[in-house]
Design a protein. Sequence first.
Lengths: 204, 204
Amino acid sequence: MNKEKDSNTEEQILDAAKNVFQTKGMDGARMQEIADLAGINKAMLHYYYRSKQLLFEAVFKNAFSLLAPQLNKILNDDSSIEDKVKNFTSNYISFIIKHPYLPNFIIQELNRNPDFIIKIQENSSLLNIEKFKQQVELEVSKGILKPTKGDQLFINILALNIFPFVAKPLVKAFVKIDDEGFKQLMEQRKTDVSEFIINSIKQH
Amino acid sequence: MNKEKDSNTEEQILDAAKNVFQTKGMDGARMQEIADLAGINKAMLHYYYRSKQLLFEAVFKNAFSLLAPQLNKILNDDSSIEDKVKNFTSNYISFIIKHPYLPNFIIQELNRNPDFIIKIQENSSLLNIEKFKQQVELEVSKGILKPTKGDQLFINILALNIFPFVAKPLVKAFVKIDDEGFKQLMEQRKTDVSEFIINSIKQH
DNA sequence: ATTTAGTTTAACCATATGGTTAGCAAATAT
DNA sequence: ATATTTGCTAACCATATGGTTAAACTAAAT
């Protein structure tokens, strides 16, 4: 057996599957299209991944494992809330510009099958907002922040950063811009969003 | 012919189609499932709506026409930005609690087929952010608001209001709540979100 | 009573789709 | 040298799916 070629085929399949699943979703994806994109026989998909469901799960886990460390930064990091907001906003927007289909894919598929998140919750110590909430409480009591609820703040941070990418067609239509204009708008948000949040919660 | 019954069947189909399309999307929806839910023969779907695509479009247009007036309020209304933010936030969250699948459906399908929004743009005078932007500029120059970009503010308002519903499974997992807890969290946001926005942009 | 038009159903059709199988060719092990 | 395992392909299969059709039914119009 040729190890080089083995892993290569398997990777090519996963690559093609990422492409197709992330743009068309589980329901819209076709095994044949994945095979064509990978340049191999359809039977190979089943040879390496058994079923559409399992191939999809491989893609989904892969996608989530890319996103997880991004979210982890804001939850389990020791910098101040202000620094977290600034860093997360800038980093996350850069990250999504590199992986534009990720947030939409994850949100769409979680809505299609909410049980998915249970599996994720079991496997990863992620998705724990407690430390963040305590930190907000502490900074509120110290007078650094105005009275603020940790969970709502967290939702707001996610919303302001993720939403524009998820609703990209809507945003493009409202603001009347093309892809290039959208990219510029998102670049601007790297600083605008953190300012918007800090302005709102910081005690002055 | 029985007009009562006519429109009834047609409506029953549209109702069932709304249900199925809005929860499963175009790709995940099955004509047979829609027919079963409507309690009629599958051929009736084609009798009244010709094809899956046209039935879907009827559902989509219907959904968008529900959402449009909501967005219109914030774009073409004469109250102050502060009042707009307060009213929109409260009204929109109430609205979505009544139609929980709407935002997700629209966003998902616009991403699947971005051309859809072109048709919408042609037909409706909606989706024009100009008045809102001018109003922001005016209030900034009057010193009511801090320096603020109208388009970014509009995106932020949409993001903070819409995102939690679109990402509901994610939010539930992070905050560790069930459906009841989610509903309470959203009720709280009716005031929290507008405060969050006003705090950020109002000159003081 | 009969015609006419709209409505509904069961059966059917062509195609798409996820998945399987038999066999081949090359590499590896014996 | 031979047997065995592995990677791969072409052909195939069963079922699902969107869509069609011909005939039956209903109710109003003549």
